[in-house]
Design a protein around this ligand. Structure first.
Ligand code: 13P
Length: 249
């Protein structure tokens, strides 16, 4: 046993209106019945407060935050604003934001530190493109991202890493189990180099086409401490088998 408790987070991306609150409550009820797994949902900002109200036992988070506390940044939301409405965590550095909003490793480090300062936990994402994967550069790319985006004061009580190969997101493609094991081992080694012993307590999630059919196998890999789940987190029917697999892993 690693001593690290499994952690499964759903990332709803740009999905969900008020009609989804009953689905969130249903996920929360199933999660509350499981002892050996931490479960969270990272929701659109518009749903966070209502989800906390509808499902108070569930950890509810955001998908991004701005790196400053406030200022002239039209349309942006700060970590302090998320904390104020009851969010407990936020994702930073998702590949969709790296691509759509051109976020750099330096931006992601600043966002992670802003979230930490506001009292939020952070899931910091990394992952290689298909081209990098095919060129055999995945480990080099991902460990470089981690080194460049690692926030100060990294500690397991607030920081989690999520490895999401970009080519596996929403495609139904999943890397070979040996490749996942190699990557998660390489991330752990890089974390030890950067932050020493605390690295062994930090959870490293896998994300990219995780579902009820492959979760048990992925979660049995030694340094896979949970999952960051997109499409399959949108309904209790698809998400609950994943969190049940994590509770048994
Ligand atoms: P899918 O599970 O839909 O592949 O998405 C993964 C992801 O991007 C989670 O952040």
């Amino acid at each position: 046993m690693s001593g690290r408790r499994k952690f499964v987070t759903g990332n709803w991306k740009m999905h969900g209106l008020g009609g989804s609150l009953s689905e969130i409550a249903s996920i929360a009820a199933s999660a509350a019945a499981l002892d050996d797994v931490d479960v969270a949902l990272c929701l659109p900002a518009t749903l966070i407060a209502r989800a906390i109200n509808a499902a108070p036992s569930l950890m509810i988070g955001a998908q991004d935050c701005h790196q400053e506390r406030n200022g002239p940044h039209t349309g942006c939301i700060s970590a302090a604003m998320l904390a104020e409405i009851g969010a407990m965590l936020t994702i930073v550095g998702h590949s969709e934001r790296r691509q759509d909003q051109q976020e750099s490793d330096a931006d992601i480090k600043a966002k992670a530190e802003a979230a930490r300062d506001a009292g939020l936990s952070v899931i910091l994402c990394c992952g290689e493109s298909e081209v990098e994967h095919d060129a055999g550069q995945a480990v080099a790319r991902v460990t470089a991202q981690i080194a460049a985006s690692m926030p100060g004061g990294a500690a397991a009580d607030w920081l989690t890493i999520a490895y999401e190969p970009i080519w596996a997101i929403g495609t139904g493609k999943v890397p070979g189990m040996d490749d996942v094991a190699e990557m998660h081992g390489a991330i752990r080694t890089k974390l030890r180099e950067l932050i020493g012993k605390e690295a062994d307590a930090i959870r490293i999630l896998y994300g990219g086409s995780m579902n009820g059919g492959n979760a048990a196998q992925l979660l049995a890999i030694p340094d896979v401490d949970g999952g960051l789940v997109g499409g399959a987190s949108l309904s209790a029917e698809k998400f609950v088998p994943i969190i049940e697999a994590a509770a048994k892993a």
